[in-house]
Design a protein around this ligand. Structure first.
Ligand SMILES: *[C@@H]1O[C@H](CO)[C@@H](O)[C@H](O)[C@H]1NC(C)=O
Ligand SMILES: *[C@@H]1O[C@H](CO)[C@@H](O)[C@H](O)[C@H]1NC(C)=O
Ligand SMILES: *[C@@H]1O[C@H](CO)[C@@H](O)[C@H](O)[C@H]1NC(C)=O
Ligand SMILES: *[C@@H]1O[C@H](CO)[C@@H](O)[C@H](O)[C@H]1NC(C)=O
Ligand SMILES: *[C@@H]1O[C@H](CO)[C@@H](O)[C@H](O)[C@H]1NC(C)=O
Ligand SMILES: CC(=O)N[C@H]1CO[C@H](CO)[C@@H](O)[C@@H]1O
Length: 315
């Protein structure tokens, strides 16, 4: 072997070695690529997915992410494109997906497909700011590792499925800004494992909030802008760690006389609730002193006219 051929051989070996410094993603899985192309076709080949070219490595495509080791597609995030149609059932055929996002897509319509239940590794689902309609499906409970469920800002109707309380790893549920009716399920006081932040605002929920919710220590609870009623003061308590609470614009009738507010509270909004003007005196009264309540913005109490005392005018 001549010196020249040794040199050229070593050059060849050097060139064919992967260069980790460039961290070029691995070549994508061919089955995942076929599924992604089916999704693109089902969405009528939108310009938003122009980078989804069958000739190229799908790990380089826009809106997707591959696992660094296995090269399987783990994230599909379609955000803000001019996309018309329904969520393709083919999304259920990306078996290693952990994150699924369809967000800010005005022309995304139809209901949430049950094919999503095939995605056993899913942790994050965001289907938000779309025109999706139909119910909040109870089949999400089949996704045991779900930590984040965001279905906010859609046209979803029907009632909240009680089964969602079976999800034990949820950090947050956003069902706000839909057209949901019915009551808050009793089961939402029985979350085991983590207690999720609960966002149910801007719906048409009615009735009293189940007493069971008082058993849990929610960190963030937004029930604002519904038609909820009754006395929700049981939700507070000195040994809780709640931070942000918005019960405004409902028909609650709070009796705050014996309530101990947790010291952790950062924001409390009881704005615009049922006037107790004509109610029995026992339901009204001075705002409790001693806690943090005097430091809240006056608007927290605005339109709860039976209340008096600092920070409102004296009784
Ligand atoms: C939605 O579809 C309509 C009708 O095709 C179109 O005029 C509009 O530009 C689309 N909007 C977006 C944000 O894609
Ligand atoms: C969205 O796409 C439709 C159909 O291709 C087109 O008519 C419309 O002008 C587009 N809208 C926007 C906002 O680009
Ligand atoms: C739903 O579509 C209508 C028009 O068809 C549009 O005005 C509205 O903004 C859309 N909703 C969302 C959340 O994008
Ligand atoms: C669910 O999460 C656990 C803990 O992170 C993990 O060990 C397990 O592999 C996950 N299961 C699936 C199906 O992803
Ligand atoms: C909070 O206080 C209530 C009433 O005293 C008690 O039943 C409950 O176990 C306490 N919870 C915690 C987490 O300490
Ligand atoms: C006093 C007051 O503002 N009451 C309001 C409580 O909330 C309901 C529903 O939003 C309003 O109709 C009441 O006017």
């Amino acid at each position: 072997m001549t010196l020249f051929s040794v040199l050229s051989l070593s050059l060849l070996v050097f060139l064919s070695l992967p260069s980790p410094s460039l961290s070029e993603p691995e070549i994508c899985n061919s089955e995942d690529k076929i599924v992604l192309l089916k999704i693109k076709a089902a969405l009528n080949n939108p310009y938003h997915l122009a980078s989804w070219n069958p000739e190229t490595n799908c790990c380089d495509w826009y809106s997707v992410e591959c696992d660094e080791i296995t090269s399987r597609i783990i994230s599909l995030t379609i955000f803000g494109g001019n996309i018309s149609g329904q969520i393709p059932a083919a999304v259920g055929d990306l078996p290693y997906l952990q994150t699924l996002v369809f967000r800010k897509l005005t022309n995304l319509t139809g209901s949430i497909p049950s094919a999503i239940t095939k995605l056993k590794h899913l942790r994050t689902i965001t289907l938000s700011w779309t025109n999706l309609s139909g119910p909040v499906p109870s089949f999400f409970t089949e996704l045991k590792n779900l930590t984040f469920l965001d279905l906010s800002f859609n046209d979803l109707t029907g009632s909240i499925p009680p089964e969602l309380a079976q999800l034990t790893n949820l950090a947050a549920i956003h069902l706000d800004r839909n057209k949901l009716t019915g009551t808050i399920p009793e089961s939402f006081g029985t979350f085991t494992g983590s207690v999720p932040d609960l966002y149910l605002s801007h719906n048409q929920l009615t009735g009293p909030v189940p007493k069971s919710l008082g058993n849990l220590d929610f960190t963030r609870l937004d029930l604002s802008r519904n038609q909820l009623s009754g006395d929700l003061s049981f939700i507070f308590g000195s040994n809780k760690t709640m931070q942000i609470v918005d019960f405004s614009r409902n028909m609650f009738e709070f009796d705050l006389s014996n309530v101990v507010f947790p010291a952790s509270l950062i924001s409390l909004d009881l704005n615009h609730n049922k006037s107790l003007w004509e109610s029995a005196c026992g339901l009204c009264g001075p705002i409790p002193t001693g806690g943090k309540l005097q430091s809240f913005d006056l608007t927290s109490y605005f339109h709860n006219r039976c209340l008096c005392g600092a920070p409102l005018p004296a009784c």
